[in-house]
Write a protein that binds this ligand. Structure first.
Ligand code: ATP
Ligand code: MG
Length: 140
């Protein structure tokens, strides 16, 4: 099995969709092995998204991600990283509604920034991102 890090972002939490998203996660065969409900500080959000520093959308991303509480989830499944990105759909929720209308970003997000959820994009980022929220977790 593989670990990945998911976030249910402030837009989806504020809209009351966290339960629905966690239900979709579990009914798609992921095990939620750790869960944390927190509001990121600006410094924490900048550290988590450090790879995007300097990109034009970075200030909006940090403002959005610190705007309210989120859920961080460490999830396990065979092929978890790619399976979770497939379940989320394309980054832009508007595009997701056109090309993958059953995906979570199509169902619960708004646009290119407010897109309801996050998923690690590689084994290296999964390790970094899981340990960011759950430093005591031991990897398989
Ligand atoms: P995530 O990392 O959240 O799973 P992703 O890997 O699909 O999403 P990234 O390229 O890593 O997308 O971007 C991280 C986040 O930054 C996106 O989820 C989105 O909230 C925001 N973002 C990315 N690209 C843009 C853009 N062109 N305009 C506005 N916001 C963007
Ligand atoms: Mg990404």
């Amino acid at each position: 099995n593989e670990f990945t890090l998911a976030m249910i972002k402030p837009d989806a939490v504020a809209a009351g969709k966290a339960r629905d998203i966690m239900h979709a996660i579990e009914s798609n065969g992921f095990y939620i092995i750790a869960k944390k409900y927190i509001q990121l500080t600006e410094a924490e959000a900048k550290e988590f998204y450090g790879e995007h520093e300097g990109k034009p959308f970075f200030p909006n991303l940090i403002t959005f991600m610190t705007s309210g509480p989120i859920y961080a989830l460490c999830m396990s499944k065979i092929g978890a990283i790619s399976a979770w990105r497939a379940l989320m759909g394309p980054t832009n929720s508007k595009e997701a509604r056109e090309i993958k209308p059953t995906s979570l970003r199509a169902l619960y997000g708004t646009d290119n920034t407010k897109n309801a959820c996050h998923g690690s994009d590689s084994t290296n980022s999964a390790r970094r991102e899981v340990l960011f929220y759950f430093p005591d977790i031991s990897f398989p």
